[in-house]
Design a protein around this ligand. Structure first.
Ligand code: ATP
Length: 336
């Protein structure tokens, strides 16, 4: 192995820079050259590449975003695009490619592997934590920290004004950020894709819950975590409805892309660092079409297709605790 390539693709995730740094330092350690394609698969098609040396990744791990840029590239789903990408990689004598991104990016990596003979390795880089085979993904811990921090701040003002607040977080297909931030901040309610799928919450059931909590506690705040796309019109529409139709003073707060910025959490920097080295060492061991993952503190390799074909379910116990045991409105449980 003499030369490998790396790219970041899809939504950027805090820790991607730490992952790049680790790939470059590990490659340097094993005397391998690293070429980075800028702007994800788009850059791979446009042949937009730079050499990355250890000096290029000095002091980048404390920043979110990605120094080699990320992008979405619809065209890459086509066979012709993967063939062009393979030609570009061969023209540069690349032995292996590391793709850092979410499920779409890893699908793209697998698609490329159908048309290219080099080794293809994925790294889980997404705040959504929706990949199978790794306990967490790079960026997830930071996103949860940011959401928790926002919920704590909202609580101060919500409590002072005895208000209802709806904090909208990312995760339209998976409620990981919603569940963990709700638990970390002691939210009164969560509206997550997994819960909505089984039994969608009605506005009247929500209003009843809010009134019951206010009855039980006498006064105070009610803070709700809403995963994006789980309510028609989102947090703004729901807050307006509660305020206008049910006389419940309510305010929305949309966290949006704030969840992807600022200093990456230590857990993300360290996970990215370990997985970056693992990805390079997997290449040296001849691995192909796998994702570098971490399970129970052990580096693992996961077949690339399993990372998105298999579902990474929400932690059942956290869901039960937050939704039932910590629910301020108790269903009576029998205690034998
Ligand atoms: P996140 O969900 O965290 O934003 P992601 O990697 O899932 O990250 P996507 O926009 O789904 O983000 O995918 C990123 C890119 O991967 C796409 O723009 C496209 O270039 C490529 N890609 C996605 N799905 C496929 C596919 N089925 N075949 C080939 N390439 C794909």
């Amino acid at each position: 192995i003499q030369r490998i390539a790396v790219l970041t693709s899809g939504g950027d995730a805090p820790g991607m820079n730490a992952a790049l740094r680790a790939v470059v330092l590990a490659a340097d350690h094993y005397n391998i050259e690293v070429i980075a394609f800028r702007h994800g698969y788009q850059g791979l098609l446009d042949n937009e590449h730079v050499v990355l040396e250890p000096k290029d990744v000095l002091h980048v791990l404390q920043y979110s975003g990605t120094i080699i840029k990320s992008a979405r590239c619809k065209l890459f789903k086509e066979d012709a695009a993967a063939i062009t990408a393979a030609q570009n990689l061969d023209a540069l004598s690349i032995d292996a490619l590391i793709v850092i991104g979410g499920d779409g990016s890893l699908r793209g990596a697998d698609h490329l592997a159908n048309h290219w003979s080099g080794q293809v390795i994925g790294m889980p880089g997404t705040i959504d934590n929706d990949l199978y085979g790794t306990d967490t993904t790079i960026g997830y811990a930071t996103a949860v920290n940011i959401a928790m921090d926002a919920l704590d701040k909202i609580r101060d003002t919500a409590d002072a004004m005895d208000r209802v607040f709806i904090v909208e977080v990312m995760g339209r297909y998976a409620g990981f950020i919603g569940l963990r931030s709700a638990m970390a901040a002691g939210a009164e309610r969560m509206i997550l894709p997994e819960l909505q799928k089984d039994k969608p919450l009605t506005v009247s059931a929500l209003v009843k819950h809010i009134h019951r909590v206010k009855e039980i506690r006498g006064e105070g705040s009610y803070v709700m975590v809403l995963s994006e796309h789980q309510w028609p019109g989102g947090a703004v529409a729901l807050a307006e409805q509660l305020d206008a139709e049910y006389d419940l003073p309510c305010r929305p707060c949309l966290l949006g892309h704030i969840q992807r910025g600022g200093p990456p959490a230590p857990a993300d920097r360290i996970l990215a660092s370990e997985l970056g080295v693992h990805a390079v060492e997997l290449i040296l061991r001849g691995a192909h079409r796998v994702m570098a993952g971490m399970r129970a503190n052990q580096c693992v390799e996961v077949p690339l297709n399993e990372s998105w074909e298999k579902k990474n379910p929400l932690t059942e116990n956290l869901l039960r605790i937050q939704h039932e045991i910590f629910n301020p409105v108790k269903k009576k449980q029998r205690n034998k």
